[in-house]
Design a protein around this ligand. Sequence first.
Ligand code: VGL
Ligand code: ZN
Length: 199
Amino acid sequence: MNKTTALLLVDVQNDFCPGGALAVPEGDQVVEPLNRAVEHFVAIGLPIFASRDWHPPQTSHFQPFGGPWPVHCVQNSHGAAMHQDLRLPASVVLLSKGMDESVDGYSAFDGITEEDRTLADLLTENGIDHLYIGGLATDYCVRATVLDARKRGLTVTVLNDAVAGVDLQPGDSKRALAEMRAAGARMLRVAEINLMVSQ
Ligand code: VGL
Ligand code: ZN
């Protein structure tokens, strides 16, 4: 029984893919493995969450307003839309984050649903204590989300062939993965999900 397991896709949005405003090299290559992960979780009836970076036009997160990043994932823009090839089920629970004009909002735990629910509340209510996590970017939002989940005592499995990083400094993603591992996150390839997550 894996009633306590869920999949969490982090920020698989156009702006983090090649051609986007904050493109992650090979960011689009997480889409196919994540589709396979989604199919597996749907097939066995386990919940799927997806976060999105969802910024206001003006935020201290953006360079024109003193922040570290080029303007990206502005609410309702094409860049903020999920990658068109990502196949999300109708049952997906969407979490929007980065909406506060003075908060970066890297972690999916900073996100809220349309009904103002937090990820932490939803996990608690549904008895979920193990998250499988993949998406973008390894060295920012995936890292922050994984470390947050570990701090909250959740079991975390990173789908390490379904993440990609910005690597502003060479090696950032590699270091981020090492940090996640040191925090107790497990690493798994998408093809191995069926061995670990079953009915
Ligand atoms: C992200 C940088 C800025 C991410 C979001 O999704 O990893 N990175 N905003
Ligand atoms: Zn952002």
